[in-house]
Ligand binder design. Sequence first.
Ligand code: NAD
Ligand code: UDX
Length: 426
Amino acid sequence: MNICVIGAGYVGLTTAAVLSDCGHYIDCVDINHERIAMLKKGVVPIFEPGLEEIISKNIENNHLTFSTKVKEKIDENPIIFITVGTPSLEDGSPNLTYVKLVVDDIANSITSHKTIIIKSTVPPGTNEEIYNMFIEKDVDPELFDIVSNPEFLREGSAVKDMLEPDKVVVGIKRPEPVQVMQKIYQQIHAPYIVTSLTGAEMIKYASNAFLATKISFINEIARICDAYEVNVSDVALGLGTDPRIGPLFLRAGLGYGGSCFPKDLQGLTYAAKKKNIHPELITSVQNVNDMQIDIYLKKLKSAIPELKEKQVTVWGLSFKPDTDDTRYSASIRLIEKLLEEGATIHAYDPVVKLDHPEIICHSNAYEAVKQSDALIVATEWNEFKEINWLKVKESMDGNIVLDGRNIIDPRIVRHAGFHYLGVGQL
Ligand code: NAD
Ligand code: UDX
């Protein structure tokens, strides 16, 4: 099938790569010229395991091309995926400008049938609005189909998640495009959930809100565990064995970040308020998450009350392991607070190198701890689970280790001479 993917970000590139690998012919377009120039050379501008290999392979066998000619490629392809960003605005609502600009481009130039598949995460009612944008421009309803096909991939495992999803959600206005979707995803085996356009949008928002709820829940439990000297990891294990609860998304720590959970919970809250519904639970989930950094900071200050001019090392800058994405990273938010306290920050991340005047970035974990008073593990990269703690101890001036992700065995670091700090971790 001939498909145009609009937006070459985390979702767009993964969609383009996976669909080209499934045998389709993909034109992936973006308005970012620098990004497209890199991609044309086979250089992938983001760190996502496995993505570069599939992209190179499919550029070579002519199943995948990159271009900045958005209008031209829209014109040439009968199937269009919209995967542009929908970042939060000041008021918490998602910025739909990028989606609407693309929709405008399609509606203004449509002459043959297009199946327009919206993968960008948008609030309930947006796809209906998109449909109406076409009608208001007098486009014949027989000439287009709008499909809401939200994406559930996680960064760091995006390719695998797209190849092996738990479900394919398809929101439609009329039944015909379901077959088109089944043909596009012929090689991807997953149950279909067919619903209305708004139903699909709600499934996406509700999924992210529920996952974030699990995280804030376990983080609140961790605070109580801390007061009663109980290991939250044991509690999570006990909780997770109940099939009604499940073991995933019960890792306590610095809280959730990334480009989706914070934005989508804000978006859902905004959408609810628009209809005069005050979402108490979802608001609390966000409040718990926002407080999480301060809880850890307080823990650190219980050991070092005055952080001014102290050398603090932070391991991990991305919002989660196996990605270079730092959007709404808990690590960066924590660093900002430490800088406000007057600490000097040394950082190391396996892939992220920040260009920040106040953060001294190092090229390896051991180098970053030299002469530091305290070390914070902020992102759970595997590398930090295999650290030689005796070597770290020799380099550091101080003896404080704050485990922001519960990935360190406290017995091992204590044995190396450290004072271990965690929340809900003894
Ligand atoms: P991103 O910021 O990585 O990429 C968006 C891309 O769209 C950018 O490269 C930008 O230049 C391009 N773009 C913007 N306007 C354009 C236009 N008019 N024409 C062509 N290209 C344009 O975003 P992302 O992380 O891939 O997210 C995209 C959407 O998918 C968002 O709505 C997000 O909520 C949703 N989503 C993201 C994830 C994730 O893990 N990142 C997962 C599921 C859903
Ligand atoms: C999320 C959703 O999982 C995915 O379905 C959606 O498509 C996009 O948003 P992503 O943001 O890539 O994916 O990563 P995810 O693995 O969900 O982690 C999000 C944040 O939650 C990270 O900061 C992570 O560190 C944190 N997290 C996750 C926890 O703090 N505890 C957990 O148990 C799990």
